[in-house]
Design a protein around this ligand. Structure first.
Ligand code: ATP
Ligand code: MG
Length: 261
């Protein structure tokens, strides 16, 4: 039964998609059959894995609305064991259509539950909002990874996310828990980054991954080649850090706040 993890933070540009693409690549490389579900109409996690779907093509949108069998829509990637259920701009329409539907919070869960037995891990990328799509992701997942960018206002808006996670836990998905908190885009040159790390560890304690993702230009370049970092630049510091993160996720944590891997 595939362990299902959603990467969520309603703040834009904090590294959700970069984490999905590269973490999934290393989990798959470790021999675990892995599916990425792109729950964002921007389609960045599928294109980052080299899979693009034009607006006319069938995607997660059709699966969520029950019009297509999700299995038929899953694409292979260049990495062995790594598959993706792609999205494109059509998914933005689903948000409106779903508002009219019964059981609208469980549309993705239905899809995920059908696929779980085929995979060891299912990783869900989410859009920068706490709308119905993200709620669907939280209702379908076992746990959440929260990426936090080491920047000004890093903790701003987090209480809203935590409140939403709690609400989903009480109303929709009692098993949902925080898998881990990931510090991203760490800049070794600034005191600010260090302060954010301290603040986040003070708040989330042992939930914070030992691995901190540094700001690394190779991580930013890789998506334009449709490649995860293990194919694009495996010796970069960004690659090493996502590899280390994958080990923590595979070994289910043993997080020890504050230590750099
Ligand atoms: P959105 O909320 O729009 O979906 P996101 O949270 O998925 O954004 P990403 O797309 O992963 O964030 O990252 C935002 C931008 O920062 C991208 O251009 C990405 O390439 C870049 N980026 C992410 N992580 C790093 C990093 N560690 N070092 C350098 N650049 C990074
Ligand atoms: Mg994204």
């Amino acid at each position: 039964m595939g362990k299902t993890i959603i990467v969520a933070n309603q703040k834009g540009g904090v590294g959700k998609t970069t984490t999905i693409v590269n973490l999934s690549a290393y989990i798959a490389e470790a021999g675990r059959k892995t599916l990425v579900i792109d729950l964002d109409a921007q389609g960045n996690s599928c294109s980052g894995l080299g899979v693009k779907r034009a607006p006319g093509e069938k995607t997660l949108y059709e699966a969520i609305l029950g019009m297509e069998d999700a299995r038929e829509l899953i694409a292979k990637t260049a990495i062995k064991n790594l598959y993706v259920l792609p999205s494109n701009i059509n998914l933005s329409g689903a948000q409106v259509e779903m508002l009219e539907m019964k059981e609208r919070e469980f549309k993705l869960k239905k899809v995920v539950d059908e696929l779980r037995e085929d995979y060891d891990f299912i990783l869900i990328d989410s859009p920068p909002s706490l709308g119905i799509l993200t709620i669907n992701g939280l209702a379908a997942a076992d746990s959440v990874i929260i990426p936090i960018q080491c920047e000004y206002y890093a903790l701003e808006g987090l209480s809203q996310l935590l409140k939403t996670i709690n609400l989903v836990r009480t109303r929709l998905n009692s098993k949902l828990h925080i898998e881990g908190v990931l510090l991203t885009m760490y800049d070794t040159r600034t005191n600010l980054s260090r302060q954010v790390v301290e603040e986040v560890i003070g708040y989330f304690k042992e939930k914070v991954y030992k691995t901190i993702i540094p700001r690394n230009v190779k991580l930013a370049e890789a998506p334009s080649f449709g490649k995860p970092i293990n194919l694009y630049e495996p010796r970069s510091i960004g690659a090493v850090s996502y590899y280390n993160l994958s080990r923590e996720v595979l070994h289910d944590g043993e997080k020890s706040a504050g230590q750099r891997a």
